[in-house]
Design a protein around this ligand. Structure first.
Ligand code: AMP
Ligand code: MG
Length: 407
């Protein structure tokens, strides 16, 4: 059951914890081919069907031999050649060696490879110009992965680093959670589509474009319901349609306390309110709840507020709903290039640019005017500067680099 917290703004951490504790991931799974698996969330652990490497093989172009048979200054006769994909199947007599290329199977019994650059050819065979090290230059069967090892955990997102790992294990398909479908719409009588002309008092709807772009990068299907005027009947219809067709609903605007802010009343009428206000800047009015058993996220109308609350609050909630294991964003210290003023009683997610100074240290500066309607300072940024108290120039401040969904 959701508890309503009208009383005061909730901390960002508490808001996150509340959502993450209440959201149950979608349970349906689908099998996708390896080639189409990018961005999907693994539904189950992946166990290795193979040892990796699958056989002892040479890490170098050179010569394989038995270390115990090597005598300083004595050449080894070459008994044959092994190439990648073309193993040598003969016998290597005592005191002889095998010419071997990188990736070629090392025959049983040979235990050391010397690299070609440390050898010289003589009429008797190969002479080592440097002392070999026992067992060197062989990649041993199973030294990285044993059959049955868990190589990727359920809840992992399949990114460019995971795909070649699945391929190297020979797995042609994987079991993943089904994709989420999320409905979005903007609310406001003043909003018009880019490409149309503006009448007095009107502005272009910008919020949906950032939200849809971030959803796309998260691998989420977006049901874009457009602009809905500040009309309770139309809003109610749209909420019902969205709740029928999607796993979650995201709106922007109409969540504060103005005369045309109907979202809260509709949420109370059609569903449950989880919380209504989060102690962050930009942001503060941010609604979380449920409509007809579907999760609802009501973003503030101010464009940068909508963007930042989506990034900081809705992104982790949707990742949980998609079945992704939670990983807290990496926050690191940087040197403030100038002073940063904090917002009273709210965590301020300012937009900044990090650099590396002449001493090799990470520094951060603001991208300029930080108004909650100002996209230029958001667009120019590569990180959040998380300001919880005033920070003087030269002191340490916490930053969070933007991740792939906005980059
Ligand atoms: P609201 O939360 O509806 O009171 O809106 C707060 C401010 O954000 C107002 O200045 C709105 O005009 C503006 N706004 C609301 N929705 C959007 C939108 N989708 N795109 C751009 N600005 C918006
Ligand atoms: Mg509005």
């Amino acid at each position: 059951e959701m508890s309503c917290c009208d009383a005061g703004a909730m901390s960002v951490q508490e808001a996150l914890n509340t959502m993450l504790a209440q959201i149950t991931p979608v349970s349906e799974c689908v099998t996708v081919s390896l080639a189409n698996s990018q961005g999907h969330i693994l539904a189950e652990d992946v166990l290795s069907p193979l040892n990796m490497p699958p056989f002892d093989n040479s890490a170098m172009d050179g010569y394989a031999f038995r270390f115990a048979e090597w005598v300083e200054g004595q050449a080894l006769a070459i008994a044959g050649t092994a190439l990648a994909g073309q193993p040598f199947s003969g016998e290597i007599p005592a005191g002889a060696c095998l010419r071997i290329m990188t990736g070629a199977q090392v025959p049983a019994g040979l235990d050391t490879v010397i690299m070609q650059e440390h050898t010289a050819q003589t009429s008797e065979g190969v002479l080592f110009t440097q002392s070999p090290k026992a067992k060197a230059n062989i990649r041993y069967l199973g030294e990285e992965i044993r059959t049955g090892d868990v190589v990727l955990k359920a809840g992992s997102r399949l990114h460019a680093r995971a795909l070649p790992l699945l391929a190297t294990l020979g797995l042609p398909e994987v079991n993943v959670r089904r994709r989420l479908k999320v409905a979005i719409f903007s609310t406001g009588d003043e909003l018009k589509l880019p490409g149309t002309s503006l009448q007095a008092g009107e502005i272009y709807d910008s919020n949906r474009y950032g939200i849809e772009a971030m959803l796309n990068r998260m691998g989420i299907e977006c049901l874009n319901l457009g602009i809905i005027p500040d009309d309770p009947a139309q809003l109610r219809d749209t909420f019902m349609q969205a709740a029928q067709s999607a796993d979650a609903i995201i709106t922007s605007g109409g969540v504060s306390v103005g005369e045309a802010d109907y979202t809260k009343d509709l949420l109370l009428e059609l569903g449950e309110v989880g919380f209504w206000s989060v102690a962050m800047k930009p942001g503060k009015p941010f609604a979380y709840g449920k409509i007809r058993e579907k999760y609802f996220f009501g973003l503030p109308g101010n464009p940068v507020s909508a963007f930042v609350t989506f990034y900081q609050l809705v992104q982790p909630a949707l990742r949980k709903l998609a079945g992704e294991a939670f990983v807290a964003p990496l926050r690191i210290p940087a040197i403030a290039e100038h002073n940063f003023r904090s917002a009273k009683n709210r965590v301020d997610f300012q937009r900044g640019v990090i650099s590396v100074n002449a001493d090799g240290l990470i520094t951060v500066r603001s991208t300029g005017a930080q108004g909650s309607g100002m996209f230029t300072s958001l667009c120019a940024a590569n990180c959040f500067v998380i300001v919880e108290q005033d920070v003087p120039a030269g002191a340490s401040v916490t930053i969070e680099l933007f991740n792939e969904i906005v980059s």
